[in-house]
Write a protein that binds this ligand. Structure first.
Ligand SMILES: Cc1cc2nc3c(=O)[nH]c(=O)nc-3n(C[C@H](O)[C@H](O)[C@H](O)COP(=O)(O)OP(=O)(O)OC[C@H]3O[C@@H](n4cnc5c(N)ncnc54)[C@H](O)[C@@H]3O)c2cc1C
Length: 439
């Protein structure tokens, strides 16, 4: 039994954005926090992988280019706590813009939501009036259902009656960007929830937020400094091999030896959580829920031109042969000609070689920019299990487990958001509330 007057001691396994969010909230509530991270560096899937240098001409690279939106309010709140000013200064923030060089440009207006998007659609280039009215009608229909549709199940079914161009250039890319799941597999309910947060409330909620620094510098490293200043312990390169209940809480076993905590929070990715829980018969249902999860990839290809590019928006999209979006990292990272091409979810591009990627990207950039020298291929990062597939039938495990004082957090845990930074952070914030209620 824990002494009621004693500061609650919480162990957190994993220093991704979910684990760090949990740690910040628990520290604010007066708990003693110890984090165990298996990797050399913190940040999990959203971190810097190469530091770059002017001498090597190698830009800083992340483990995949990330995009946030204005509706990620909890992420911004925590960034601001650990690094005041960063929630504004850490991003290039632009109104929702869909820019396809093959003739379509849609930009949200400076009007209250959802008029900002309705006007953006109405005045977009490249759609007929009938197509625009159909798109606006779709939003109004969702609004009339308070963005809580009972049916249909998949996004593809929901948009089946929309004009083809609206489906391909508006709803399908937004669905894949938000859920990292193709429209024919994606949950309409979750998509509607993300649209609600992005389109109702403030017009800024649908803003695109592109980090202007690397992901580690945006949140994990300032969070680590902030936590350490407040007495938290962060052990890197410490993979927790086993966990077991002890007389006074939970025992963790790793390189630094055995430790005991009143409460344990598993903040690893889903497969790692499953392997830590698999020896507890009472967690069999959670383990089977995790094992039933399916995953979607994200491919990021970093490329650098020897000349400045003149992309008209920081994010430019192409639909064929597979949809991909190019981030203008010259605009965000001040590196001449530096871009990241991102393709979300599964598709034939998973088999493309580096050379094929280079050709596909170069062809498309030349379509909008005219003739250019060939770019330098820098790196392709293909994360096969970037996020879980957000399908209508997915059952996500709850944060509480049948084991006393053992909790789960992460982007895969039950919550309103799909597998995103905001989903991970919200799960950490919510878990911290549950933990502090124990005291
Ligand atoms: C390429 C790519 C692009 C993405 N793009 C976007 C985007 O644009 N926008 C967006 O919102 N989201 C995006 N995401 C999703 C986002 O990165 C994740 O949702 C989020 O980072 C998940 O955080 P997490 O803390 O839940 O898990 P993770 O980041 O997986 O963190 C888990 C941590 O636990 C550690 N760990 C595992 N096992 C152990 C153990 N036994 N002991 C100790 N430590 C352990 C791991 O090393 C890791 O650091 C993208 C993801 C990828 C991969």
């Amino acid at each position: 039994m824990r002494n009621p007057g004693k500061q609650m001691d919480v162990g957190i396994i994993g220093a991704g954005w979910a684990g760090l969010a949990t740690a910040i909230e628990l520290t604010l509530s007066g708990c003693k926090v110890t984090i165990y991270e298996a990797a050399k560096s913190i940040g999990g899937r959203a971190r810097r992988i190469e530091s770059g240098s002017m001498a090597s001409q190698l830009p800083v690279l992340d483990n995949g280019q990330h995009l946030l939106i204005g509706a990620y309010t909890e992420t911004q709140r925590l960034i601001e706590i650990v690094s005041p000013g960063m929630s504004a200064g850490g991003f290039l923030r632009v109104p929702l813009t869909l820019d396809y060089p093959d003739g379509i440009l849609l930009k949200a207006f400076k009007l209250p939501a959802p008029l900002h998007l309705a006007a953006g659609i109405l005045f977009a280039n490249g759609f007929s009036l009938a197509e625009k009215l159909a798109a606006i009608g779709f939003i109004r229909h969702l609004q009339s259902q308070a963005f809580k549709p009972e049916a249909p199940a998949s996004v593809a079914e929901a948009i089946a009656n929309q004009p083809e161009k609206i489906r391909r250039y508006l709803w399908e890319p937004l669905c894949v960007a938000a859920l990292n799941t193709p429209a024919n597999q994606a949950s309409y309910k979750v998509f509607a929830r993300v649209l609600k947060d992005a389109l109702t409330g403030s017009r800024y909620a649908s803003d695109f937020m592109i980090p202007v620094c690397d992901l580690s510098g945006l949140f994990p490293e300032p969070a680590s400094d902030w936590l350490k200043e407040r007495g938290a312990i962060i052990n890197t390169q410490q993979r927790i091999r086993t966990i077991k209940p002890g007389p006074n809480g939970w025992k963790t076993d790793c390189e630094v030896g055995e430790a005991c905590h009143d409460v344990l929070v598993i903040a690893t990715s889903a497969p790692q959580a499953s392997s830590l829980l698999s020896k507890f018969p009472e967690c069999a249902q959670i383990v089977s829920q995790i094992e039933a999860l399916r995953y979607q990839p994200i491919v990021t290809v970093y490329v650098q031109y020897p000349v400045r590019l003149d992309l008209r928006t920081p994010l430019t999209g192409w639909i064929d042969p597979v949809p991909f979006f190019v981030f203008d990292l010259e605009a965000t990272h001040r590196r001449k000609g530096f871009i990241a091409a991102v393709t979300s979810a599964e598709g034939p591009h998973l088999d493309w070689s580096d050379n094929r990627w280079l050709n596909e990207i170069h062809d498309r950039i030349e379509q909008s920019q005219g003739s250019l020298p060939r770019p330098r291929f820098i790196k392709r990062i293909a994360e096969k299990r970037a996020t879980f597939s957000c399908t209508p039938d997915v059952v996500r495990p709850e944060q509480t487990t049948p084991c006393k004082n053992l909790f789960l957090v992460g982007d895969y845990v039950e919550g309103p958001y799909p597998s995103t930074l905001e989903g991970a952070v919200r799960s950490g914030v919510q878990c911290a509330k549950l933990v502090t209620q124990l005291s």
